[in-house]
Design a protein around this ligand. Structure first.
Ligand code: HPA
Length: 279
């Protein structure tokens, strides 16, 4: 097996970053990634690129993932909104999943605000629960940084403790939720590859691990951002109690329905976080 080549990955991510700089996206202070069906924030002066226009951005195929990159202002702050993401369950390689985040990091974006739809593992965390992820457990069986090391991305062995989920952004989110009157829970995200939902035994095991919400995304992006020294914040929106889907609904329908209905609360918190970022 040939080793995964992060030197070549650097060239790809840098080419994407150069394309974004050319399109005028280079001043963004933060990037938001929207999870399944979660609406994008209100943006002033928006420019939109389709993913396929950007070199090295593979096509997103998951439901609720439009695959567009927007640039605009939130409270006057230039931001990029990555609408859509790539998932392991679509068959994308780990390096492909993280290439967009790496491109944003190389472009100079310092704050990464990620959202996702998740299953509620903690008892009582049902559909519509909004959770700030304070830490994660990687159950995906891979680390996207595995392969030859390119120091231009950062350390060979990046430290995650105290870094991968930024305390300053967390404080901004918690304060914003209080101001907005949105109940924001705090918990641990378990990242799985999917696409199969968890069995009852797996959900029970996750509770023993201290996992509060489970989802099929986000962990690769966090690890890549952390290596690049980007600050990150993750908000999860519970779409269903883990492994359980209402009778007559498909899991997909349920995720998109809940995200469409309560996703705005998640975005309101992120808009307030952006307003509070140091200029
Ligand atoms: N499990 C994993 N991922 C998910 C779920 C779930 O129950 N709901 C939404 N994404």
């Amino acid at each position: 097996m040939t080793a995964i080549d992060h030197h070549r990955e650097y060239e790809s991510a840098a080419a994407a970053a150069a394309h974004l700089a050319e399109a005028g996206f280079g001043d963004a202070v933060a990037a938001i990634q929207t999870g399944s069906g979660i609406p994008i924030p209100e943006l002033d002066g928006v420019t939109t690129l389709a993913w396929r226009e950007i070199p090295g951005f593979p096509e997103a195929t998951a439901p609720g993932h439009a695959g567009a990159l927007h640039h605009g202002r939130v409270h006057g702050v230039p931001v990029i909104v990555m609408q859509g993401r790539l998932h392991g369950y679509e068959g994308h390689a780990p390096v492909d999943i993280v290439r967009p985040v790496r491109a944003l990091g190389l472009l100079g974006v310092r704050n990464l605000l990620l959202t996702n739809a998740a299953g509620g593992v903690r008892e009582g965390w049902g559909a519509g629960t909004v959770v700030r992820v304070r830490d994660h457990i990687n159950l995906m069986g891979f680390d996207p940084l595995r392969g030859t090391h390119d120091p231009r991305f950062g350390d060979r062995f990046p430290v995650t403790a105290g870094r991968a989920h930024d305390a300053g952004l967390a404080a901004l989110a918690d304060a914003a939720a209080v101001r907005l009157g949105i109940v924001l829970k705090v918990g641990v995200y378990g990242g799985v590859t999917g696409p199969s939902f968890e069995t009852p035994a797996e959900v029970a095991r996750m509770r023993l691990y201290g996992i509060d919400v489970v989802g099929m995304s986000t962990v690769p992006e966090i690890l890549a951002a952390n290596q690049l020294g980007m600050r990150s914040l993750v908000l999860s929106l519970v779409a269903n109690p883990a492994g359980v889907v209402a009778e007559g609904a498909t899991a997909e329908d349920e995720v998109l329905e809940v995200a469409g209905r309560t996703g705005r609360a998640v975005m309101q918190i992120l808009e307030a976080v952006i307003e509070g970022l140091p200029r």
